[in-house]
Design a binder for this molecule. Structure first.
Ligand code: ARG
Length: 572
């Protein structure tokens, strides 16, 4: 809710409450294209009073004095009340908002400790487009939550443990540490993994060694552990390289891999068993959280310890939940994980709650997302059918953006060209990712995401550049108070006034696409304003006011893109 919306609704709510006799009456106020705001609450009131909606609306408006805020009230026959806000009110509120470094974004009323589990790639395996989604969405959520004042604890739950490590260590020994390091650091992780796997399948001797190695690693044998560390460290170096290229906040200190929980796993199973939550089934230890059934209606097991005594993915997630609600003191735990893991996470969470490790007050949420599709609407793959390496995708984005930028601004010097190509290329990928409702699948489409038209990263970056270039030409920012008059000025101002409320709403639903839509609306309103209202050629004080509106646009676009993790260069 913007402050303007707040003022309007606190002005009308008492009238609705008094006339309806319902102290909680909460009329709905929304932005409208027909006027500025539409007030929609006369319908239930009309029923209570047994009068027409129009009559009900008229009674409300007779009893409130909105003259300080509104200069036109129209009541439609259906009882909708159309409000046109006074120009001076819009101007004053926007002046206030732009003078505030928070640009109208309010701090959360209740500051929380929020754990965000995201990115979580796997050691000695390539990062793919699924990891792109969780990394970008998680990064934006972290930025927004921090802005609202929450304490955010990033947890990069990398896959760094399990039976494949026996084979991976033996393969490392076969080809030597130096070769391994070379492969893993340049990112031929899949090649390394595949070669190990092939040997494992073809060579019984190697398979045998690998199995013995797993046992020795699990028993904490020093040599095995230090070889495992080589694999993990090399991979982490590679992940950080990808993160740097992506411009996300994740740091090595955010890594809390599966192996971190190893020592806690025996306690997890023992305590589950002591609580009577474990059933043995074919030698495996299973939990059956309430409410989960198979397709045929049988209770669905969550395997905590396999029949060979090994712990799996679920045990680690249970230990992690316990650790986050306990040691980390989380009030909220967010899992930015693909939709296919919905049931796994729900079962782990249900079990952890039944065990009393995650009390009711601690909120958990699976911030799920859909798949990335190719142009054929099938899972995104290379032409050869392999999964696409994230790093290749990023390099290609920067390369393609470089061409687009060169066409648009042939005169940029090479240094500047490179950094702008990076901002535009990476920004394009991020925006394409974030601007679609995350639960939906989306089609990875270079032509669309790199276009300077439509709801794209480059379009928004360009709107920001255009605003900045006007301000540069003017030689100074707007200094006189804003005074909106023209319809295009009013529309832009109202859009800017909605910024703070939009951020609050977007984070409440973990929905960065709402912020994208809003920023796109700001950029479009700015384009319309720029088309119809001369800025630099206007006379004072109109010129100053329009420059201030232009500067407000630049500030909001830059800040909003920043919350999405997207750079906003001053030139392009
Ligand atoms: N490493 C897993 C993967 O790449 C995702 C881990 C998700 N987080 C979790 N706590 N289970 O699919």
């Amino acid at each position: 809710m913007s402050s303007l919306e707040g003022l309007l609704s606190s002005a009308v709510r008492p009238a609705f409450a008094e006339i309806s006799g319902d102290a909680l009456a909460d009329p709905i106020l929304r932005r409208s294209t027909r006027c500025d705001y539409q007030l929609n609450g006369a319908l239930p009131l009309a029923r209570t009073l047994s009068v027409s909606p129009r009559e009900a609306a008229a009674r409300v408006m007779d009893s409130v004095d909105l003259r300080d805020l509104v200069d036109l009230v129209e009541i439609a026959p259906n009882g909708f009340i159309n409000l046109t806000v006074r120009d001076d009110v819009i101007s004053r509120l926007l002046d206030e908002q732009l003078a505030d470094p928070r640009l109208g974004i309010r701090t959360a009323t209740e500051v929380k400790t929020i754990v965000v589990d995201y990115s979580h790639p796997n050691v000695a395996k390539e990062m793919h487009v699924g990891h792109l989604r969780t990394t970008i969405i998680g990064d934006s959520l972290v930025r927004m939550l921090r802005r609202l004042g929450h304490t955010v604890i990033k947890q990069n739950h990398i896959g760094d443990w399990g039976t494949p490590f026996g084979m991976l260590i033996e393969h490392l020994l076969d080809i030597g540490e130096a070769n391994t390091a070379a492969l893993l650091s340049v990112g031929d992780l899949n090649g390394f993994y595949r070669a190990g796997r092939e040997k494992f399948d073809a060579d019984p001797d190697f398979a045998d060694r690998s199995r013995r190695r797993v046992v020795s690693l699990q028993s904490g044998d020093e040599e095995s552990v230090s070889l495992w560390r080589v694999l993990v460290d090399q991979s982490i170096g590679y992940f950080q390289h990808v993160y740097a290229k992506l411009g996300v906040l994740l740091e090595p200190s955010d890594i809390v891999g599966e192996s971190f929980y190893n020592d806690l796993l025996p306690g997890v199973t023992a305590d589950l068993a002591a609580a009577g939550l474990v059933t043995e089934s074919d030698g495996a230890m299973c939990c059956f959280p309430t409410g989960f059934v198979t397709r045929t209606g049988d209770p669905l097991p969550l395997i905590v310890r396999k029949s060979d005594g090994g712990y799996g993915y679920a045990a680690t997630d249970l230990a992690a939940l316990r650790d986050r609600a306990g040691r980390l003191g989380a009030d909220e735990i967010l899992y930015v994980v693909g939709a296919p893991q919905r049931e796994h996470l729900a079962m782990c969470i249900a079990t952890a709650r039944e065990a009393g490790w995650v009390p009711d007050e601690v909120r958990t949420e699976h911030v799920a997302f859909g798949s990335v599709l190719g142009p054929d609407r099938r899972p995104f793959k290379t032409r050869a059918g392999a999964s696409v390496r994230l790093i290749d995708l990023l390099d290609e984005a920067v390369l393609k953006a470089g061409q687009v930028v060169r066409e648009k601004s042939p005169s940029l010097d090479p240094d500047e060209h490179e950094s702008i190509a990076e901002a535009v290329g990476i920004g394009a990928i991020k925006y394409a990712e974030l601007s679609i409702d995350r639960v939906k699948d989306y089609v990875f489409d270079w032509a669309h995401m790199l276009s300077f038209e439509g709801s794209t990263g480059p379009y928004l970056q360009y709107a920001h550049v255009r605003a900045r270039s006007i301000l540069r030409k003017a030689g100074h920012a707007g200094s006189v108070p804003i005074s909106v008059r023209e319809p295009a000025e009013r529309r832009l101002a109202l859009a800017l006034l909605d910024y703070g409320g939009t951020v609050t709403d977007a984070i409440a639903d973990h929905a960065p696409h709402r912020l994208c839509n809003h920023l796109f609306g700001v950029a479009e309103s700015f384009a319309a304003f720029y088309e119809s209202c001369p800025i630099l050629k206007a006379d004072e004080p109109v010129r100053g006011s329009r420059l201030a509106l232009t500067e407000g646009t630049a500030l909001v676009l830059k800040d909003g893109l920043g919350l999405l993790g997207i750079a906003a260069p001053d030139r392009l």
